[in-house]
Write a protein that binds this ligand. Sequence first.
Ligand code: DOR
Ligand code: ZN
Length: 332
Amino acid sequence: MTHTLYSPFDMHIHFRQNEMLRAIAPLSGYSFSGGVIMPNCIPPIDSAELLADYTEQVNNALGALDFTPFMTLFFRNYSEKELAEIKDSIIGIKLYPAGATTNSDQGVKEISKAEHTLAMMEEMGIRLLVHGETHGFVMDREKEFLSIYDYLAKKFPRLHIVMEHITTKDAVEFLDKYDNVTATVTLQHLLITLDDVIGGLMNPHLFCKPIAKRYEDRDSLLDAALNAHPKLCFGSDSAPHPIDKKESCGCAAGVFTAPIALQVLTQLFEKHNSLPNLQKFVSDNAVNIYNLTPSPKKVELCKKPFLVPEKYHTVVPMYAGQTLEWSIESVQ
Ligand code: DOR
Ligand code: ZN
């Protein structure tokens, strides 16, 4: 049995820098046609100079692979001149609440102080990508942030707002409230709950931000993905950290899924008799929402066991050492 995906896109990925970037970017570049590259580097990508330099590093790491990196900028208050200069080089600007996750200390402390830049982004048609968590109780952070999404979606009705890596039933329901709001969802949040992270022995490789939630949340996200909700795109949030940063006290947040994502998604959609909708979830929805041009890339998956490596470079992937039901047979 085989299944073919055309021009799959990963609308939320962390590629990192230097040696990690060079080792990790080709893994996405092999099976995906393109993806949204997050800017939470050290330092954050928040100027035209840093963006040009990082874009070059990303392209060098991808080499000849047919993969389009859709670059992003780290949100701060920008001038109109800065936005005009940078606008055509990015797919959007990523807003992190200060301290919400990895390398986000320079994020936004008060949303009201961001409004001038948001108004200019709305005028110039620059998309806003958001890490939507408050600093409240960890299980409630996303739900609490919905009131901020609500405020922003109303105040800036022509600003395209992407709720990144949604993890709750409430966020799924929120999707239908405003025309200018869409979302991404990760692989792990379609599969796991908090029980998988800390319900038994703690699994640091499933620890990410936002944290996996309850069964009803997972089921609601899965239902939206399996039905290819037209405002929902696949965005792995694949976030590599070296093994010593994960298997340690003060475990870094992030699940590494880029090289197994398409195999696992195929297995999951097949299990739920939804394979015909996978193309929409991993490509067509993104093409429509972000106005992308699909590439001629064709990924053929085959129902044949795939043993997930214990490590890619220094990073432990989700399902390390386990056997998946589907493999990538060829990429053309
Ligand atoms: O778990 C996460 N890891 N969530 C994020 O928002 C950032 C990411 C990272 O960069 O490691
Ligand atoms: Zn992320």
